[in-house]
Every structure is written in structure tokens, then in C-alpha cells.
Design a protein around this ligand. Sequence first.
Ligand code: ADP
Ligand code: MG
Length: 344
Amino acid sequence: MSESAFIEVDRVEKVFDVRRRTGFLKRELRRVRAVDAISFTVARGEMVGYIGPNGAGKSTTIKMLTGILTPSGGRLRVAGIDPSRERTRLAHRIGVVFGQRTTLWWDLPLIDSYRLMHRMYRIPDGRYRENLDRLVELLDLSALLDVPVRQLSLGQRMRGDIAAALLHDPEVLYLDEPTIGLDVVSKARVREFLRELNTERGTTVLLTTHDLQDIEQLCSRVMVIDHGRLVYDGALAGLHEAGESERTLVVDLERELPPVEVGEAARVVKVDGPRQWLAFPASESAAPLVARIAAEYPLVDLSVREPDIEAVIAKMLYSMGDTPKLPPDREPVRETVVPGPGNS
Ligand SMILES: Nc1ncnc2c1ncn2[C@@H]1O[C@H](COP(=O)(O)OP(=O)(O)O)[C@@H](O)[C@H]1O
Ligand SMILES: [Mg+2]
């Protein structure tokens, strides 16, 4: 594998044996192939999105990359370290945030969690102070430091968790659904912070998300996992093309009018009184379309709706058939589950 690869994942698998009770004294053993022969590399300083439907294997991948779980097969290296063998040594070089779980002490004020981490990670005093000051400022935490974690809002807690993951200056940050359940303002804040972290400090970021906007605003590269298989690795635009996905422009006109006509740029898919819904290719900018409608129609208000991630992936898999779009040097996927319409 290439010299510059900071994260190396080579045909990694994770199989869970799940025992299920199916009746009196009856047990059934079921194998769940949560991650199925996945290969990819991430270079130092990259910011990569890792997306896929629920249960696709995203969290399992992240847990293997942190050493929480041991792979059932394949080879894994992060900064040259085998995560499950040297979990503690790796812990000093990585940071991890699980959106659905906090690493902070629930009953303690936020600052106490940071003090505990200072000791746990044996962060030199000067560096701790410096990092704490910077993170408190960038994540706007100063008013929250003395508040017990359980009293924080979800968005505040998430910012607190991100700071906790970065106090020891990790070279790579894994984020597992960091924006889940956050309001628009909190999401924007978290995204802005991550962008700065990546561009200014060169931190490598692997971001798992359900929100295509996270990827759109942050990642030049996206990997898609479905049923444990890596089915796409490339630019987000390419994903939209492969899936021919569409965004929706919702316009409110001054009054009820016949469907607006904008030629090839978009098509009206729904009209309800003065409100109209226009579908347009997700790979195109909405700006020219909006300008045209504003010039020709009495426009009052508008919003753009993103396609949801499940729809994009389902469409992509459907349009690809059996040939996933992977770079030529990657091992091809042996078979692909192709969800038909209404059968995903
Ligand atoms: N500890 C576990 N024991 C058994 N099955 C698991 C375990 N963790 C995850 N799984 C299964 O592995 C699959 C992938 O899960 P996960 O990695 O959490 O998906 P995602 O994060 O993409 O939603 C799912 O089918 C899930 O039920
Ligand atoms: Mg998950």
C-alpha cells in the first residue's frame, strides 16, 4: 500500500455470531457479516465522508479503526498501528466522537471531564491549557464549562464531546454521526469547526453521517457502504451522477399559477396553491434556476430540499447493476444486492 496512507484497510471483515431464542430450549445461531471484505486507504490530512443506510456497517468499521472491535479477517493499520493489538498506544493518536453516546461524565461539570482526560491521556500541562483555550473559544464553550453534562442541550453536549476528543491533539478524528438530532444552527457550527480543524491543523477526519449536507459542505471524497460492502469511493458529484439524484426547489409564489416553465433546467413535480415543487439534478447549482424564476415569476419565498441518503444510494445501486463504481486499483465487489423500486 502507498507510503502516504495514514489509514489502511485491506479486505477487512467483521462477522457477528448472534444467538437468538426461537422457542423453548431452541436457539438459532445467525451470522451477521457486518463488514464484508472492505478495502480503502485514507491519506494524512484527508477529510472523508463515510455514508450508508442504517445497519450498513459504518459504526462497526469505526469501532475496528479505534480498536474497540477486533476484525474477523483482513488487515488494518492506523498510523502504522494495529488498532486492536495496541489500542492504548493508538488512543494517544486518535480522537473519536459517537453522536449517540457521550464520553463525558454525565453528572460532572464539563470542565471536570476535561481535567480527567488531561490526567488520563497524560497531556503535558502547557499543551492542555493551550488546546483547552483554543477549543473553548472555537466551540463556544466558555459559558458551559461549569454546567453538569446532563443539563446540556444535544448541540452543546456534542460540541463538548468534540472538544474532549481533541484535547490530546490527535492526528485523526473519527466522527460517528456527529450531527444526528442537531438543529440547523448547531449543525452549521459543528461543520464550520470541522472545516477549520481540517484545513488549519491538517487533522485527518473520517466522518460518518446520515446527512448529505454534511458531506456536501465538508468532504471532497465520499465512501458508501451498503450491507457491509464498499459500493462507491469517489467524489460526491459522481455519486449524484451515478444515482441521478435530484434536489427539490420549493417556491412560494404570490398566488396560484400554472406550473412554472423553466425549460430543461427543472420540472414541476407538484403544485399546491401558490406553492410549487421543482425537481432538478442534485449535481447542479440551484442559483441559475432561482434567478430565472425570480426574474419571470412573482416569487415570495423558496427553499431547497436535499435528496435523502437512502434514496441516493438505492438509486445508485439500482443504476449500477452489478458493477460498483470503484477505482480500478480496488478489489471489485463479488456481488451486489440490487434493491429494486420498493424493494430496498
Ligand atoms: N455487537 C453486535 N452484535 C451483533 N450484531 C451487531 C453488533 N454490532 C452491530 N451488529 C450488526 O451489524 C450490522 C452493522 O451495524 P452497524 O455497524 O452498527 O451499522 P451502521 O452504523 O451503518 O448503522 C447490523 O446488522 C447490526 O445489527
Ligand atoms: Mg452507526
